[in-house]
Design a protein around this ligand. Structure first.
Ligand code: NAP
Length: 286
């Protein structure tokens, strides 16, 4: 049982965690903190949090766990504000989609990596954002990756793991850099492709007609282009190294396909599509 949980940034991810822990009775009190009193009032009205504070000290005071749920570009500022308030019995974790940048931000802000800071990332979300979009079942059966570093206290890791398990998630652990490499491939690159495709089509003269005839395939492929631009801007820059590696690799493969289409190389085209279909059917089920 968590006596008091503080959520910094009560949006989709933080709000869904609060809802999940309140629904299962795993947390006695959820305190919200953020830069925007109107969003926090909304969270209170929706019953997502029990109270909110617009000053950080009363928000984190007496909290067992503080969960930082702001965009990754805003993490360093939050760590800097938190640094003078951190106590030994306060566990701090985050939900940022890139982990090297968050660990570096913590190191800079605190001047060291606190043993009670546990970097984390729930592999769950939707293209919606804000507390109104939050729901208690978001983490059911979904993975949460924790990326503890050498300095991290194992008791803090266990507490954060238990919190996510109570929210319905399956927790795994990974090295920081491995996390960023894997997520660049499976999440960051697909988002970048969806944003780029929709933006490219939106600039075409025939855009009205194109979008009018967009059917299931277009909607499936581009759903994630409705995600929050600020959040994805931050992720692209925060995980630039791994994202550029994936982008270079993907661009080379796309160029090979472009050449095959130009040269009418049906064997190459078929082999790409067949391999892709088999891989997706195997991993995602069909
Ligand atoms: P969200 O719904 O937009 O919520 C973000 C929250 O952070 C809001 O409460 C927002 O407050 C606050 N915030 C935004 N910018 C801020 C700033 N500069 N300083 C302080 N607070 C700020 O976003 P989300 O989807 O929950 O994402 C939050 C985090 O989860 C991000 O780090 C993201 O990388 C990670 N994540 C997202 C997903 C996903 O699919 N959405 C999945 C896994 C992890 P306001 O009301 O003032 O805007």
């Amino acid at each position: 049982m968590i006596d008091r949980l503080c959520i910094i940034g009560v949006g989709l991810i933080g709000g869904s965690l609060a809802r999940a822990l309140k629904t299962t009775g795993a947390c006695k009190e959820v305190v919200g903190y953020g830069r925007n009193a109107a969003s926090l009032k909304k969270a209170l009205q929706l019953g997502v949090i029990d109270r909110f504070e617009t000053k950080l000290y009363p928000a984190v005071k007496g909290s067992d766990i503080v969960v930082i749920c702001v965009p990754v570009g805003a993490m360093k500022d939050v760590f800097c504000q938190l640094a003078p308030l951190l106590t030994q019995d306060m566990i701090v974790t985050d939900v940022g989609s890139s982990k090297r940048s968050v660990v570096e931000a913590a190191q800079t802000a605190f001047g060291y990596l606190p043993a009670n800071f546990v970097p984390g990332h729930p592999i769950a979300g939707t293209e919606q954002s804000g507390v109104e979009a939050s729901f208690a079942e978001l983490y059911h059966g979904r993975r949460v990756i924790l990326t503890p570093v050498a300095e991290t206290d194992h008791k803090a890791v266990e507490a954060v793991q238990s919190m996510w398990q109570k929210a319905g998630a399956v927790v795994t652990k990974m090295q920081v850099d491995h996390h960023d490499e894997v997520l660049a491939a499976t999440s960051h690159l697909p988002h970048l492709l969806a944003f780029t495709l929709v933006e490219s089509l939106a600039r075409m003269d025939e855009k009205a007609e194109i979008f009018e005839y967009a059917a299931g395939g277009f909607r499936d492929f581009t759903r994630i282009a409705s995600s929050d631009p600020v959040m994805w801007h931050d992720i692209c820059l925060a995980n630039a190294k791994e994202l550029l590696n994936m982008l270079n690799r993907f661009s080379a493969d796309l160029e090979k396909l472009r050449k095959a289409i130009k040269e009418g190389d049906s064997q190459y085209i078929m082999s790409v599509f067949q391999t892709a279909k088999q891989a997706r059917d195997r991993f995602c089920g069909n």
